[in-house]
Design a protein around this ligand. Structure first.
Ligand code: ZN
Length: 442
């Protein structure tokens, strides 16, 4: 049900007996450890960004409870229970307000504490706007958040951004001191959330089990970034998964000179490849892109204008993607399935801003540098076994076209099946796609 208008993500919700709209599906965590037991209710909104944070806070209530009351000695008789309920509401149209009400009892009957924790999330972005626990801001003052201009909301985000939840982009060591040789307190696994107090260029100061700890800067992001698997429907065209396969990829086109020649070679041999085309050139040569698709090739975006995405702002990265999307929609009637960032450059910020699988390569033909048919073939041939490999070439050189005209029949003779990148992911597993654009943990 979407009751907030067309551009708002749909949240779960239902009407209760008194016809009051309740946000979210109620979920519960019920468990115990030693002398402690707890029941935590929380809402699942259906908006992933919000749900991850809500679950994080629900678990944190449990952790804080255990830290304060757990004693391994059950026999001394005192038991503690925590019961967490919640209330939800919508504020200013597109903000979701969640209040956890946390009651702690001693020996089943005596209430020893009762606290409320308020969280405010933007339904549009999933970001947490307010958190009563942090004593930041005044709820009343930001109720009209949705009326602010985007510059004002950026300012507000900055204001509240010194104490936020971030997500691990890989498995990370949590250190006791600002040093990789200090004691390792634990591991934050890829995709897990942690509370960040402050960051500098070397270390992020985090809260781990209620204590200050440190994680190397550069591996936590505000938005959860995982190795996005390719989940693209692949048509069964008789590929035999038990036989070797490879994916030829061509960047930087379309070119009116060499791309048609490459397409002729593919068509003549009855094979396919994947083209990572530039939006700007797609606008100029839509017919060539259409022909790429007509002969069964996969089309990916190589951005609009081939900028080094690592050097751009969030908005500029998004612009490179959306302008390119529009070019493909105009030429083909649909978006592309994949993106290959220029130069293979995709830092964490780039990954946060692009919602496509980012495709790398593991055989570099160096065709842009060699510009000689035989040298290109020789270079590619240095990789002995091509099974499961993605070969990088560029569709804008005649020498590349010439090399491809010889390579394709050779490789066919050797028993290779030519597949698209999505087919390769489908038959070989996604791991083949993340060779160079990979994460490194500390
Ligand atoms: Zn390129």
């Amino acid at each position: 049900m979407n009751f907030l208008g067309d551009n708002t993500p749909t949240m779960y919700g239902s009407y209760d007996e008194s016809n009051i709209y309740k946000i979210g599906k109620a979920q519960m965590i019920i468990d115990y450890q030693d002398n402690c037991n707890w029941t935590i209710s929380y809402p699942e909104t259906g908006i992933e960004e919000i749900d991850e944070k809500v679950l994080f806070y629900a678990n944190r209530l449990r952790d804080n409870f255990l830290m304060q009351y757990k004693s391994g000695d059950v026999s001394n008789g005192t038991s503690y229970g925590m019961h967490v309920e919640y209330e939800t509401s919508l504020e200013s149209g597109d903000n979701f307000c969640l209040i956890f009400i946390d009651t702690i009892t001693e020996n089943e009957d005596t209430i020893i504490s009762k606290n409320e924790y308020t969280h405010l999330f933007s339904i549009l972005t999933g970001e947490e706007l307010y958190n009563s626990d942090k004593a930041i801001g005044d709820f009343a003052n930001i109720e009209d958040y949705s009326n602010y201009t985007s510059e004002e909301t950026d300012q507000l985000e900055l204001l509240y951004s010194d104490d936020i939840i971030k997500f691990a982009t890989t498995n990370l060591n949590i250190r006791s001191q600002r040093s990789t040789s200090s004691e390792k307190l634990g591991t934050l696994y890829e995709g897990e959330a942690i509370e960040v107090k402050s960051s500098d260029k070397d270390w992020e100061t985090v809260i781990y089990n209620g204590n200050i700890a440190y994680i190397k800067t550069g591996y936590l992001t505000k938005k959860k970034v995982l190795h996005a698997p390719i989940e693209i429907e692949v048509v069964d065209r008789g590929i035999d998964p038990s036989k070797p396969m490879l994916a030829l990829t061509f960047d930087d086109g379309p070119s009116p000179y060499s791309t048609p020649r490459i397409l002729d070679a593919l068509e003549k041999n009855g094979v396919v490849a994947t083209f990572f085309d530039l939006g700007q050139l797609v606008n100029t040569y839509p017919d060539i892109v259409r022909r790429e698709e007509q002969i069964g090739c996969e089309i990916g975006s190589h951005t609009y204008s081939h900028k080094n995405l690592n050097t751009l702002s969030d908005a500029q990265i998004k612009e490179e993607i959306t302008k390119s999307e529009n070019a493909f929609i105009k030429a083909l009637g649909h978006k592309t399935t994949l993106v290959r960032p220029p130069y293979g450059n995709a830092n964490l910020k780039v990954k946060e801003n692009i919602d496509y699988p980012l495709i790398d390569w593991n055989v570099d033909s160096l065709d842009w540098k060699l510009r000689d048919k035989n040298k290109i073939i020789q270079r590619v041939r240095q990789t002995g076994n091509f099974d499961g490999h993605i070969i990088l070439m560029h569709s804008i050189y005649e020498t590349t076209a010439a090399a491809v005209e010889e390579l394709i029949p050779q490789l066919l003779n050797e028993g290779y099946q030519f597949v698209t990148v999505s087919e390769l992911a489908f038959y070989k597993g996604n791991t083949v796609l993340y060779t160079a654009i990979d994460y490194h943990g500390f």
